[in-house]
Design a protein around this ligand. Structure first.
Ligand code: SAM
Length: 181
């Protein structure tokens, strides 16, 4: 079976074409942005840590169709006015970085709501959730509650998880907008 990130990338790859704009809401070490750049026309990526941008620039040397933005993803709509086809939130803290700097449920939900409004019909939003740490568990609970309420006529919501693994393993949500709001 595909692991969580592999499956996230598989779903994005199925949707995205070379004319599409994508957003990486949590740049981190740039692996998801690097993946998106292979398929998308342009990628905007956000992080609140300078370290994340520095780490990522080194990985993205081959590409020039991206913009890394040192600003919380809550502000993404200040920067992007074009139609958005694919979005990834890979939640939590920077791997090998400061574990106290992490995404949190209030801002994640706020940004997700904005993204649900502006994403194109047939566009996809992937959220990789890490309930194995305290803030991640809070995000997980809020996201489960919220995503259950999305109108099934407008959005398809998929949850992909390894059901029998111990210690609250990561899992993903994939949300596709099926009808223009
Ligand atoms: N996508 C990354 C990769 O491929 O390496 C992994 C992302 S990492 C798990 C989560 C990142 O989210 C951290 O680098 C953290 O600084 C960032 N982050 C936390 N809160 C944020 C916010 N409000 N806006 C943007 N980034 C945020």
């Amino acid at each position: 079976m595909q692991k969580i990130i592999e499956f996230a990338h598989y779903l994005l790859k199925e949707k995205i074409t070379s004319s599409d704009i994508c957003l990486d809401m949590t740049l981190g070490n740039g692996n998801d942005t690097l993946f998106l750049l292979k398929y998308a026309k342009f990628v905007y990526a956000f992080d609140i840590q300078k370290e994340a941008l520095e780490n990522s620039y080194k990985k993205l040397l081959k590409y020039n169709n991206y913009k890394l933005i040192l600003d919380p993803h809550e502000n993404f709509d200040k920067y992007i006015k074009e139609p958005i086809k694919g979005v990834i939130f890979n939640l939590g803290y920077l791997p090998k970085g400061n574990k106290n700097i992490t995404t949190n449920c209030e801002t994640t939900l706020k940004t997700l709501n904005k993204a649900l409004n502006v994403i194109s019909t047939n566009g996809i939003i992937i959220i990789v959730v890490y309930p194995g740490h305290e803030e991640g568990m809070k995000e997980s609970l809020k996201l489960n509650d919220f995503l259950k309420t999305l109108d099934q006529k407008k959005f398809e919501v998929l949850k992909y998880e390894f059901f029998n693994q111990i210690n609250n393993p990561p899992y993903l949500f994939a949300i596709e907008k099926i009808v223009k709001e």
